[in-house]
Design a protein around this ligand. Structure first.
Ligand SMILES: [Fe+2]
Length: 432
């Protein structure tokens, strides 16, 4: 009896999580004024209309067709909306807005798929596909925010953001993290969902290092820009230099020049320059800054050690301990559209006193995305991670204001190309 009740509770929890994830994705599409749905805010990505169909198509192909062999009502949509695009230099999509189906057709398809997915909750004894579907949707809710960020303000209806508490000005400092171990990934018997790249766990021995207490702020990064950092070849790798030179990049993407300085381009309006917000930059720009400071980006293992380690050698689930994430711990889980000052959530500090490690901007690491020993791809989604084990993507840890709390588990890994400036990605530096 007990086992049955537990399974039912689990299934009910998944239903609720799926409903919440759908509410989040509906909310973000609801921000668009009509003409915006066919726009392509980032040249390397699909038009927004693709994503309206993609979330349900993914769930249809994964659960209804793949898991239960259900018969499709629209095989054309099942293929058209199946795959996103990982940007590759020089290969921009060339489709026209008129190539895509009308919104009403897609919404009718989506309604059908949602009820088909709901019917599957009662038919399976395995939770795995549902976890994959829910987290896939939540990850797209975040990447949709990056896409919408690039639209002109008039194409969006403002959703507002709560007022940030005013904080003392940030005083940059460093913390010494003593030598110790870091546990990356998780074991299959841990009974927690994880994507294929999170398995198996591996224990890394990390020598002592110094790490910035806070993420690098807009104010600190402005010193690099003003000192000519974007004009000095010595701070940039060959590929990064070629990229900023060819594209004319001279400052972070979310800054706009104004009156000899900058303003911050947020989701719904330009706002005065926020010195104490984390700077959002590409990996290439973060690396250049760290060279200018004669420091480096942390490895994935150093991030883990600073975030989850304790002086006695033990580790916790989150930087603040083992309690589930709450708003006081950081700027994540859709509380805000914008960053907060990097010192705004002291309750989220790690045991070593490192701040703002979860939320408020993913953190770049110097670690190239690669499998842990024992990696096995999901048989139903073999390319999810393996397609990106190409030496061209870097691991990001933590989370952004638009990252669901579900994705804040210790083993979760995000990854992006180094010269992709559109994501809510911050960084901090280390010295060995
Ligand atoms: Fe996707």
């Amino acid at each position: 009896m007990q086992a049955t009740a537990t399974k039912e509770q689990r299934r009910q929890s998944l239903r609720v999580q799926m409903q919440l994830a759908r509410t989040r994705s509906d909310e973000i599409f609801g921000l668009l004024r009509n003409e915006a749905l066919y726009a392509r805010p980032i040249a390397e990505r699909h038009r927004l209309i693709f994503y309206l169909g993609h979330l349900e198509t993914f769930e249809w192909n994964l659960i209804c067709a793949g898991g239960f062999g259900m018969k499709s009502v629209n095989p054309v949509f099942d293929r058209l909306f199946a795959f996103g695009i990982d940007p590759t230099n020089g290969n921009l999509p060339t489709d026209a807005a008129s190539d895509w189906p009308r919104q009403a057709e897609i919404q009718a398809y989506n309604a059908h798929v949602r009820s088909a997915v709901d019917s599957c909750f009662d038919r399976s004894s395995d939770d795995l596909l549902f976890h994959v579907a829910i987290e896939h949707r939540l990850m797209h809710v975040e990447t949709l925010a990056y896409l919408l960020h690039g639209l002109t303000y008039s194409m969006k209806q403002s959703a507002g953001s709560p007022q940030a508490a005013s904080m003392k000005p940030v005083m940059p400092s460093q913390v010494t993290v003593p030598a110790g171990i870091a546990t990356l990934g998780q074991d299959h018997d841990a009974a927690e969902f994880g994507w294929d790249n999170e398995f198996e766990s591996c224990i890394v021995s990390v020598p002592a290092f110094e790490i910035d207490t806070y993420k690098v702020t807009n104010g600190e990064y402005a010193e690099f820009v003003r000192s000519g950092g974007y004009e000095d070849r010595s701070f940039w790798s060959d590929a990064a230099w070629e990229w900023i030179t060819a594209s004319g990049i001279r400052h972070p993407k979310f800054w706009k020049p104004a009156d000899g300085g900058w303003v911050c381009q947020t989701m719904f309006a330009d706002v005065p320059f926020q010195r104490d917000w984390p700077v959002y930059v590409s990996h290439a720009e973060a690396e250049a800054y760290s060279r200018w400071k004669k420091k480096s980006l942390p490895t994935e293992a150093q991030y883990h050690r600073a975030a989850f380690g304790y002086p006695d050698g033990s580790e916790s689930r989150y930087p603040w301990g083992n309690t589930p994430p709450q708003h006081m711990h950081g700027n994540f889980n859709f509380q805000r559209w914008d960053p907060t000052p990097v010192n705004a959530h002291p309750a989220g500090n790690s045991a070593f006193g490192v701040a703002d490690l979860m939320g408020n901007g993913w953190e770049w690491t110097s670690t190239v995305f690669a499998p842990f020993p024992g990696f096995e791809p999901f048989p139903f989604y073999p390319g999810y991670s393996a397609d990106f084990f190409d030496g061209k993507h870097y691991v990001m840890k933590g989370g952004s204001p638009r990252t669901s709390a579900v994705l804040l588990r210790r083993s979760f890994r995000n990854w992006f190309q180094p010269r992709y400036p559109h994501v809510y990605a911050s960084f901090r530096c280390v010295q060995s």
